[in-house]
Write a protein that binds this ligand. Structure first.
Ligand code: WTA
Length: 640
C-alpha cells in the first residue's frame, strides 16, 4: 500500500510540523482534555465573559464553556476590524453568469450589521428562529451572520429542496421569518426559490415575515404585509449593530439531515464549542496561513458549507471563496478557471466531483495554471484510491498533500483527518483522529474488534463541536446516538483501523444513503413514494454508482389498477422531486408484485441491496416470508 509523506516544502512551513509535534498535541489533548480545550478557547476566540467550566458532561448532554458569553458574528467579523485584516477580502464571490463581488471584512461587517438591524426592526430577537432558503450568493452568509449577531437561531435549507421539504423544516422549527431570494443561477437557467416559499407557507402559521433578496430580477409576486424586499427594508438601516453577548451554549443553528425514519432530524449546534473546533481545524487540517485564498466548493445548505465556507474560515480570518453555480458551466473547466483566476491555494471538494472531473478528461485542468494550489481536501464520502491518485497527480501535480476529512453534520467539525504537514497519507484512509477525538471500532456489544477488522465507528468522549440535541426531540437524540453502545456516540458508519491506527471509513451501516455526498434517508424516500396514489409499498436502497458513489434505487409495489410502468416510473421520479427535491430523484424504479419481508413484516433491504449490487442473492434468507418473491426479484432484469 502506497503511503505519501508530506512533501518536504510543505512540511517545513506547516502549522504542525512532523509526527512528533502532532503526537505532542494528541497526547496533551488526550491526557488533559479540559485544559487543552480551555487554553485553545482563550487563544482562538473572543469572549465577552469567560466561562466557569470547560465541560459539563451529563451523558449524553454536554455543555462546553458554560457560563461563557460569546457571539459567533463578532468572532467572524468585529474582532478582525482592529487588525490588518480589516481591508482583507473576507469573501470572494463569483456568480455563475460571471459576475463577481469581493467583500472585505469591513464591508461584510457593514452588510451584516445593516441586515441585523432589518431583522431587529421587524421585531426579531435572541431566541427566535429563522429559515434561510437562498442560492449561493454573499447574502446567504450575510443572513446567517446577522442572525448569529442577534442570537436568532438559523436553519439554512439547501436551495435544491422542494416546497414540501421546506415546509416540514419551517414547521418543525416554528420559524418566525423566512429569508430567501427570487432565485439563483444554475447551468445557465434561473432556479426560482420564492414560488417554493409561497407554496410552503400556505401551511406555516408561525411565519410572520418573508424577506426576499433580488438576485435574478425575474418577476416575483409579493404578498402584501408578509413579503418584503431586502433592499427596501435595508435602505435606512444603520451600519452598526452591537453583537449580543450570548451564552456559549446558545443554539447557533439547526441543520436538518436525514435519519433512519421518514422525519428529518434537526441537528442542533451550540455557539462556543462549535466555533472553537472549526477554528482549530482550519489550522490543523487546512494549515491556513494569512495569505491563503481558500475555496470549499460545497453548498452552504449542507454542514460543510456552514463550517468550512462561513464560520470556520471567517472566524480564522481567511479569504473564503464562494461560487454560485455548476462546475461544468459554461464548460467543464469552470473550477480550474476559478482556481487560476483567483490564485486559489487551498481547494476542498467531494469525491463525486473528482470522479466527474476524471470522466471529463485531463485536458480541462491541464489547460490552466494551477500552480497556486498547495493543499487539496476531500469530504463527504469515501474517496476511492484511484480518484485520490488522480487528484494528487493531475490537480496537485504531486506537490500538494490531500486531506481526506471524515466528519458529519452531527460532529460539526472534521474529526478524522491527516494534519497535512505531519501525517503521511494512505489513499482511501481519513488517517488519524484529530486532537481530543477518541474514536474506536467496536462490535454490537461495544467491544473493540481489533486491528484490520470491520466494526461500528464510535466516539468515546464528548468534543466541543458535537451536536447538543435534536431540535425538540432530546429522546430521539439519546436513542439514536447514545443508547446502542451506552455512553458512546454511534456514528452510523462502519470502519476498520489498521496496524498504524489509520481509520478506513467503509460507509453507512444504517438506512442512510450517500448520493453525491448528500445524505438521503431510505425511510424519507419511502414515505415520499407511498404518499403517491398509485403506490402500495416502497423499499429504497442505494445502488453502487461510478460517479455519485451511490444512486437511489426504489422497489415499488402498486395498488390495483392498470398502470403503464414507463409513464408511472417517470411520474414517480417527478413526485420524489416534488416531495423532497430534484437531487433525490431515484435513478431506478423497479416494480414488483411484493417485497421480501421478515416474519414480523420488516422489509429486508439487505437482500434488495444485494440484488441491485449483483443481481444475485447469497447469505442468510431463513427469516424470509416468501422466498418466491425474492427469487422473482433476483432474476428480474432492471426495468430500464
Ligand atoms: C460520510 C458531511 C468517508 C459518512 C460532512 C458520514 C465520509 C456522512 C467522509 C456524513 C470521508 C463524510 N470518508 N465517508 N472523508 N466524510 N463521510 O452529515 O458516511 O452530510 O457519516 O456530513 O458522510 O454526511 P453529512
Amino acid at each position: 500500500m502506497a503511503t505519501y509523506p508530506p512533501p518536504e516544502d510543505f512540511a517545513k512551513r506547516a502549522h504542525v510540523q512532523g509526527m512528533e509535534a502532532c503526537r505532542a498535541l494528541y497526547d496533551r489533548a488526550k491526557e488533559r482534555p479540559e485544559e487543552f480545550w480551555g487554553e485553545l478557547a482563550e487563544q482562538e476566540l473572543f469572549w465577552f465573559e469567560k466561562w466557569s467550566h470547560v465541560l459539563e458532561w451529563n451523558p449524553p448532554f454536554a455543555k462546553w464553556f458554560a457560563g461563557g458569553k460569546i457571539n459567533a458574528s463578532y468572532n467572524c467579523l468585529d474582532r478582525h476590524l482592529t487588525t490588518p485584516r480589516k481591508n482583507k477580502a473576507a469573501l470572494i464571490w463569483e456568480g455563475e453568469p460571471g459576475d463577481q463581488r469581493i467583500l472585505t471584512y469591513q464591508e461584510l461587517y457593514r452588510l451584516v450589521c445593516r441586515f441585523a438591524n432589518v431583522l431587529k426592526a421587524r421585531g426579531f430577537q435572541a431566541g427566535d428562529r429563522a429559515i434561510i432558503y437562498m442560492p449561493m450568493i454573499p447574502e446567504l452568509p450575510v443572513a446567517m451572520l446577522a442572525c448569529a449577531r442577534l442570537g436568532i437561531t438559523h436553519s439554512v435549507v439547501f436551495g435544491g429542496f422542494s416546497a414540501e421539504a421546506l415546509k416540514a423544516r419551517i414547521q418543525d422549527l416554528s420559524a418566525g421569518v423566512v429569508i430567501t431570494a427570487d432565485g439563483g443561477w444554475r447551468r445557465g437557467k434561473e432556479v426560482k426559490l420564492k414560488p417554493a416559499v409561497d407554496e410552503a407557507l400556505a401551511d406555516c402559521p408561525s411565519v410572520r415575515d418573508v424577506i426576499v433578496h433580488r438576485r435574478t430580477g425575474s418577476d416575483t409576486p409579493m404578498q402584501a404585509g408578509r413579503d418584503w424586499w431586502w433592499h427596501e427594508l435595508e435602505q435606512n438601516a444603520s451600519e452598526t449593530c452591537p453583537a449580543e453577548p450570548l451564552d456559549s451554549e446558545h443554539p447557533l443553528f439547526v441543520l436538518y439531515t436525514s435519519g433512519t425514519t421518514g422525519k428529518p432530524k434537526g441537528i442542533q449546534h451550540a455557539t462556543g464549542g462549535y466555533l472553537l473546533q472549526i477554528t482549530a481545524t482550519m489550522k490543523w487540517v487546512f494549515d491556513l496561513k494569512e495569505e491563503d485564498t481558500y475555496w470549499c466548493t460545497a453548498d452552504i445548505g449542507w454542514v460543510t458549507g456552514h463550517s468550512y465556507i462561513v464560520y470556520g474560515p471567517l472566524a480564522a480570518g481567511a479569504t473564503s471563496l464562494m461560487y454560485e453555480g455548476a462546475p461544468d458551466t459554461p464548460q467543464p473547466d469552470r473550477f480550474w478557471r476559478i482556481i487560476e483566476k483567483y490564485r486559489v491555494n487551498i481547494f476542498y471538494t467531494s469525491p463525486t466531483a473528482i470522479r466527474a472531473f476524471i470522466r471529463q478528461g485531463d485536458q480541462w485542468p491541464n489547460r490552466h495554471d494551477m500552480s497556486s494550489l498547495r493543499l487539496l481536501g476531500s469530504v463527504g464520502e469515501p474517496i476511492n484510491p484511484s480518484a485520490w491518485e488522480w487528484y494528487y497527480k493531475v490537480i496537485g501535480k504531486e506537490r500538494c498533500p490531500i486531506v481526506d476529512t471524515w466528519w458529519q453534520t452531527e460532529t460539526g467539525s472534521i474529526l478524522i483527518s491527516p494534519m497535512p504537514g505531519a501525517v503521511p497519507a494512505k489513499p482511501g484512509s481519513a488517517t488519524l483522529p484529530l486532537p481530543g477525538i477518541v474514536p474506536d471500532v467496536v462490535d454490537l456489544n461495544g467491544n473493540p474488534v481489533g486491528v484490520d477488522r470491520e466494526g461500528f465507528l464510535i466516539i468515546r468522549r464528548p468534543w466541543p463541536c458535537m451536536l447538543r440535541t435534536l431540535c425538540g426531540d432530546p429522546k430521539r437524540y439519546e436513542e439514536n446516538y447514545w443508547s446502542r453502545i451506552p455512553g458512546n456516540y454511534l456514528t452510523g458508519d462502519a470502519a476498520r483501523r489498521d496496524a498504524d491506527g489509520y481509520y478506513w471509513i467503509l460507509g453507512r451501516v444504517d438506512d442512510v444513503m450517500n448520493v453525491s455526498g448528500h445524505r438521503l434517508s431510505t425511510m424519507e424516500l419511502e414515505s415520499a413514494l407511498v404518499r403517491h396514489p398509485a403506490v402500495a409499498e416502497a423499499a429504497v436502497v442505494g445502488k453502487p454508482h461510478e460517479i455519485t458513489g451511490q444512486a437511489v434505487c426504489a422497489f415499488v409495489t402498486l395498488k390495483r389498477g392498470d398502470w403503464n410502468h414507463d409513464e408511472l416510473g417517470e411520474d414517480l421520479r417527478k413526485w420524489v422531486a416534488h416531495e423532497i427535491g430534484g437531487f433525490a430523484k431515484p435513478e431506478q424504479i423497479r416494480f414488483t408484485d411484493s417485497l421480501p419481508k421478515t416474519r414480523s413484516g420488516k422489509i429486508m433491504r439487505r437482500l434488495l441491496r444485494e440484488i441491485v449490487t449483483s443481481n444475485t442473492v447469497a447469505g442468510d434468507v431463513t427469516t424470509l416470508e416468501d422466498l418466491g418473491v425474492l427469487t422473482a426479484l433476483a432474476s428480474q432484469q432492471d426495468e430500464e
